[in-house]
Structures are given as structure tokens and as C-alpha cells.
Ligand binder design. Structure first.
Ligand SMILES: [Zn+2]
Length: 106
């Protein structure tokens, strides 16, 4: 473990001490870790925003919505058997397209 100078009283303290044992000031190490956390949070936030605006990702979200809407149609409406089968075929085709395009289950 290393030794650092306290920012406030300039006494030598352990770099692992959260507060200075001499004056009680927070050590520089704490604020350094805090800054790292802020930077990581900002990078993560930036990545999240970027992936939300990623056109491929957006297309994927829309495709999922279409598949969900399709199955809702299939489940909710009191349709005759032929129509229901037709809707089920369409939904299955949409799912198959999704799988072959994104290589994952919708
Ligand atoms: Zn101090």
C-alpha cells in the first residue's frame, strides 16, 4: 500500500484511507475513484443512447413489435379457423425471418 499527502493538511496518510486520520478530510483516492465511476457511468450512458439510435437495433425492435402484434391478432380475435391458420403461418414466417436475420429468438 502506498502513502500520499493529505490534500488539506499535507500530512502523509495511507492511500487506502478513506479519510485523513489527522484532519478528517476525504483522501484524494476517494475522489479519484469517484471520478472513475462518473466516467464509467458516462461511457455506459453514451453506449446506451448510441444503441437506442442504432438503425439495426431499431429495426429489430420494430420486427419484434410486428411479431407480437401478429400473435395478438391470432389470440384475441374471434376469427374462423382458416383465417387463424393463415395468421399463424404469417407469424411463424415473421419469426423465421427474424431468426435468420438476427440469429436469435424474437
Ligand atoms: Zn489531513
Amino acid at each position: 500500500m502506498g502513502l500520499i499527502d493529505c490534500k488539506k493538511c499535507k500530512m502523509v496518510i495511507s492511500s487506502h484511507a478513506a479519510v485523513c486520520p489527522h484532519c478528517g478530510a476525504r483522501s484524494t483516492r476517494t475522489s479519484y475513484l469517484m471520478w472513475i465511476s462518473i466516467v464509467i457511468a458516462l461511457v455506459f450512458l453514451g453506449y446506451t443512447i448510441q444503441s437506442a439510435h442504432d438503425p439495426v437495433n431499431q429495426e429489430k425492435v420494430i420486427s419484434r413489435d410486428v411479431i407480437n402484434a401478429c400473435w395478438n391478432d391470432y389470440a384475441n380475435k374471434s376469427l374462423d379457423k382458416t383465417t387463424k391458420n393463415f395468421i399463424a403461418d404469417t407469424c411463424n414466417k415473421l419469426e423465421a425471418d427474424f431468426r435468420s436475420k438476427y440469429n436469435e429468438a424474437p
